[in-house]
Write a protein that binds this ligand. Sequence first.
Ligand SMILES: Cc1ncc(COP(=O)(O)O)c(C=O)c1O
Length: 396
Amino acid sequence: MLKERGERLMTLEALDLATLSLRDGEKWASAPEGVLPAWVADMDFPVSPVIRRALVDRIDTDLGYPAWYDESHGGPLGEAFAERMLGRFGFTADPAHVRLFTDINQAMQIALHLGTSPGDPVALHAPVCPPFTETLTRLGRPPRPVPIRPRNGGWHLDLDLLADEIRGRGGTPCRALFLVNPHNPTGRVFRREELEELARLAAEHDLLVISDEVHAELAYEGHRHIPFAAISEEAAARTVTITSGSKAFNLAGARCAVAHIGVRRIREAVDAHRGLLFGQVSALGVDALRAAWTGGDAWLDAVRALLARNRRAVAEGLPEGVGYLPPEATYLAWLDCGALGLGDDPSAFFLERAKVMLFRGPDFGPEGRGFARLNFATSPAVLDELLTRMRTALPR
Ligand SMILES: Cc1ncc(COP(=O)(O)O)c(C=O)c1O
């Protein structure tokens, strides 16, 4: 059964509904019969053949304990990460600063655990991707969200408001800044001037900066991702940059994320705990990500072209009255359904009436009330069906 499933999912053309519904990952398996899932940030596209080959090679060669457990010189992905950053974004990363974690959230948790103290507030932009608020709260680092708001046909970062929040508004000042750039769910790509101002604020308030850049490779034409740590050496030395293959290469199940830890004391603390506390990533995840970065560009180009097409199709096919600013990066459409009168959680309406499963807006915090997030990383045919269902569910 699994083999049959695997063979049918091999090609981009095979993304018909019957085939997709065979999937047993969270996105498709969680959708009740007849419902189209467009919520969790996984793409429906089959993995790059280059990655598939690397995984089979790993299994055929040696799936015993890897030889790279000592990561103090950057580990098995240090060089591949540095080359990728330089080639794609002009960022000169230090391979020796790279450490591996199972996912973005774990890397963020460890950076906060080792780099801040309980009670230290953390500034971040809202709406906030749900696991982050929970992570900060559970770690006892109070989140200090600063809204990104629509202005002049785009999403606006209010840096004065952020500066006020960092200063603590008369209470405890922030000790860390958590950036999600490109931003999920708005798809906003931060501009160089904004990053420079953020770097200035970080220096002024001596903040630890954690920069989640997992959507970076999915910026659309006309938008350029700039890693925060590329702004200056000073910025790099206070920053933990986190990325993985889970978005651009659809590798969320491979469980391997990369952190470039510019902060020496955090790097040393990670090394001191290694193996005892944090576990290790899988050899399969490492090989998958290396293959993606070193040989996956043709696949990525094809996916990016399809996403650009789908992004336009969303603009043309959404129900009338839904507010949509096409994202500057990634495959998530943040839909303002406020004018439709569907209440705080419009996804409930679309699930019941359209049989389309969107991500609940209110899960992203108060800024998400009246919003829903649509994932358009699927085949044109499935997207067309999804948009048609959404349109026809609403009264004319
Ligand atoms: C901005 C952002 N960070 C992190 C993640 C989770 O990534 P991972 O599965 O590698 O932890 C997501 C997933 O949607 C995301 O959008």
